[in-house]
Every structure is written in structure tokens, then in C-alpha cells.
Design a protein around this ligand. Structure first.
Ligand code: GDP
Ligand code: MG
Length: 166
């Protein structure tokens, strides 16, 4: 089995951290600043019977000017070419306009979208249900997977779920 997976989400939710864990080495640039990495950074996850190529898409956000517009369109067009999209949110932050903007765009896409709730190490387990309800009321997700990219919680589950989708 093989396929392409794009990781999207607003800045600082942990996309680069997850990608670093996937490839097992620090190749994605981690930064608190949006758009430090304009190019797609690809990582490969390989098991004996599966290979998944990951694409970090830092260009996906609400554009502020026309050049931004063009870059955002380019970033979104990449989402049509992948087999699955990981929409990552942070469990310790409220759903905001950045999240809603991304979901509006993901809704019109045929590609299956996984809701990845990151940073579960920062919240009480009881808070998860409310977060899941909040997002699943906005759009349909192929799967919902709570993880901690730094601690590694549910990492294997996320990979297994993705491979099952391919
Ligand atoms: P990106 O902008 O989406 O690529 O986010 P980064 O991967 O650069 O992460 C932003 C910040 O969140 C960094 O300081 C990370 O160490 C932190 N972070 C990422 N994942 C987790 C997590 O699962 N738990 C906690 N506590 N912090 C995280
Ligand atoms: Mg990043």
C-alpha cells in the first residue's frame, strides 16, 4: 500500500512536530512564525507493507494580500492530489477563524479528511468529547484521532488508520 498525505492546520498546532516524528529526524523547520517554510516538506513513513509520503502545507491560511491569494490557491490545489488530508487542531486552543477557513476549503474537496486533535497531553481527557463535537458539527471527517505529537500518544494508531484508508 502507498499514498500521499497532506498535513494542514493553523500555525503552531504541531504539524512540523508530527512530521518530525514521522520521519524520525528533524527536517521540518519548527518555528512560532507563520510561513517560515513556504515549500512543501515531504517525509516518508515506511513499514514492510506500506509507504506513506507526507506533505507539510504551511501556505494554507487566510490570505492577507493578492500575492498571498496566489500562494494559498497553489497550496489548496495540492490537496486534490493527495489520498488523505490530516486536518490538525490543538486541543488547548478554541476553534477560530483560521480553523473555519481551512474547513470551508476542505469541505469542497473529495479527499477524505482526518481530524487530528493534537496536544492531548495539555488537556483533561473529559474535554475531548466537547472538542470532537465542536468540529464534527462543522464537517464530516473520515476518522477522528487524538494524539500528542511530542509525547507520541496514539501515533501508531494514526499511522495504522491512515494505512487502512489507502
Ligand atoms: P506548526 O506550526 O503547526 O508546524 O507547529 P510546530 O510543530 O512548530 O509546533 C508548535 C509548538 O507546539 C512547538 O513549541 C511544539 O513543541 C509544540 N507542540 C507540538 N505538538 C505538541 C504536543 O503534542 N504537545 C505539546 N505540549 N506541545 C506540542
Ligand atoms: Mg511548521
Amino acid at each position: 500500500k502507498s499514498g500521499f498525505v497532506a498535513i494542514v492546520g493553523r500555525p503552531n498546532v504541531g504539524k512540523s512536530t508530527l512530521l518530525n516524528r514521522i520521519v524520525g529526524q528533524k527536517i521540518a523547520i519548527m518555528s512560532d512564525k507563520a510561513q517560515t517554510t513556504r515549500n512543501k516538506i515531504q517525509g516518508v513513513y515506511t513499514t514492510p507493507d506500506a509507504q506513506i509520503i507526507f506533505i507539510d502545507t504551511p501556505g494554507i491560511h487566510k490570505p492577507k494580500h493578492r500575492l498571498g491569494d496566489f500562494m494559498v490557491e497553489t497550496a489548496y490545489s495540492a490537496l486534490k492530489e493527495v489520498d488523505a488530508v490530516l486536518f490538525m487542531i490543538s486541543a488547548d486552543e478554541k476553534r477560530g477563524r483560521g480553523d473555519d477557513f481551512i474547513m470551508e476549503r476542505l469541505k469542497t474537496n473529495e479527499t477524505p479528511v482526518f481530524l487530528v486533535i493534537n496536544k492531548i497531553d495539555k488537556v483533561h481527557p473529559d474535554d475531548l468529547l466537547g472538542i470532537i463535537e465542536d468540529y464534527t458539527s462543522q464537517m464530516e471527517f473520515a476518522e477522528v484521532v487524538p494524539i500528542s505529537a511530542t509525547e507520541g500518544n496514539n501515533f501508531e494508531t494514526l499511522m495504522t488508520t491512515l494505512i487502512a484508508q489507502m
